[in-house]
Design a protein around this ligand. Structure first.
Ligand SMILES: *Cc1c(COP(=O)(O)O)cnc(C)c1O
Length: 363
């Protein structure tokens, strides 16, 4: 599929861009362009992707009755473009994001997007906005592909008109500042996903469902929320936007099994592979809050960390709830979390050889 290209007549100046790139934050600024592909289904039920294009970044013209605004038929992805020392720009396992995007699409009754169109849209967007890819340590251009239902109607059924888009945002350190263990809030009142629900899909609705708990977390000085499965002995599912890992002193790395509630993180699967290569025993299994509490108490728990594209790997120092606090051991230098974080970042930014074939060149 060929992308046509209409360049912005009002791109940010080099000075404005330099100012933004000096302190990009996370998700606050956007590049000058966006990639778009539309999809339309005809009366016979046949859908086609059409009008692939790069256009200037700007507001979306949409009918107020567009179904995404009422019933939330929406999915998204998140990946990063990394600048290597020679100036080339690469992304990490984009075919995994493309596959997950289609898994999410099926769950939300949206059309699947061919993998090559997904990857081409990233290449085309990053090519026109390549000056926006930061080169500082820990920095990258965050890419946000998403798909929305744009048909104007208030009946409840899958939309016959859909728009796929990609926007890009220069990103620094997700949690800001230096890498310190974060405190996590244990939500006992709210769930983000349930069996048969959309927990396994990357969709806006899951995030909307997590926000009340996120407010509760912030009111208690916590960065993110841990969600449990109350129907399964209070097993740990994941954070609002990151997967969770436990390192035990016997060299076992445990992460909750994919039970339909949990997002299949690309970082999660990469961490498991790197951990196996390091000789750790990797287990995907049910881990309950009771096991977490007793392993922290008897000293068999060495580290807890969260992972995802945005923040890579972040140590969890404490789990808080209204009536208790489970403190996890200090994860300093030499910890499994930090070693895998360095290795992953090294592969992504080109300072460690990519022996897994995980990188795809964008520019
Ligand atoms: C995106 C996401 C993750 C992390 O997935 P990565 O592919 O590693 O970025 C974890 N949990 C949720 C709920 C997510 O939306």
């Amino acid at each position: 599929m060929e992308f046509s290209q209409q360049l912005s007549t009002t791109p940010k100046s080099a000075e404005e861009r330099a100012k933004i790139l000096a302190d990009p934050g996370f998700g606050d600024y956007f590049t000058d362009h966006t990639a778009v592909v539309d999809w339309t289904q005809d009366a016979s039920g046949k859908g086609v992707w059409h009008d692939a294009r790069i256009e200037p970044y700007g507001p979306i013209m949409m009918d107020p009755a567009a179904s995404v605004l009422h019933y939330g038929q929406e999915i998204f992805e998140g990946l990063k473009a990394y600048r290597h020392a020679d100036g080339s720009v690469w992304t990490f396992r984009p075919e995994a994001n493309a596959a997950r995007f289609n898994t999410s699409a099926r769950r939300l009754a949206l059309p699947e997007l061919p993998t090559d169109v997904f990857i081409d849209s990233l290449k085309r967007l990053v090519s026109v906005d390549v000056d926006w890819v930061p080169s500082g340590e820990g920095e990258a251009l965050y890419l946000r592909p998403f798909m929305i239902a744009t048909e104007a109607f208030l009946g409840v059924r899958p939309s016959h008109e859909v728009s796929y888009r990609v926007i890009a945002s220069p990103a620094g350190n997700y949690f800001g500042g230096e890498l310190k263990p974060v405190s996590i809030w244990l939500s006992t009142q709210y769930a983000r996903a349930g069996h048969g629900g959309t927990g396994e899909a990357k969709c806006g609705g899951n995030y909307a469902a997590s926000l009340a708990a996120q407010l509760e977390a912030e009111a208690n000085d916590c960065k993110q929320v841990l969600f449990l499965d109350p129907t399964n002995d209070f097993a740990v599912d994941e954070l609002g936007g990151m997967n969770v890992f436990f390192v035990f002193t016997d060299g076992t790395l445990v992460t909750p099994e994919l039970n339909g509630n949990i997002l299949h993180g690309v970082t999660r699967s990469s961490v498991m592979e790197l951990a196996r290569e390091r000789g750790l025993t990797v287990q995907e299994r049910k881990i309950t809050i009771d096991e977490w509490r007793s392993a922290a108490a008897d000293g068999s728990l060495a580290e807890v960390f969260a992972c995802g594209t945005a923040a890579v790997i972040t140590p969890i120092g404490e789990l808080k709830t209204t009536d208790e606090s489970i403190v996890t051991p200090e994860t300093g230098k030499g910890s499994v979390a930090m070693a895998i974080r360095e290795q992953l970042l090294g592969i992504q930014t080109g300072t460690i050889e990519d022996t897994h074939g995980w990188l795809t060149r964008l520019v």
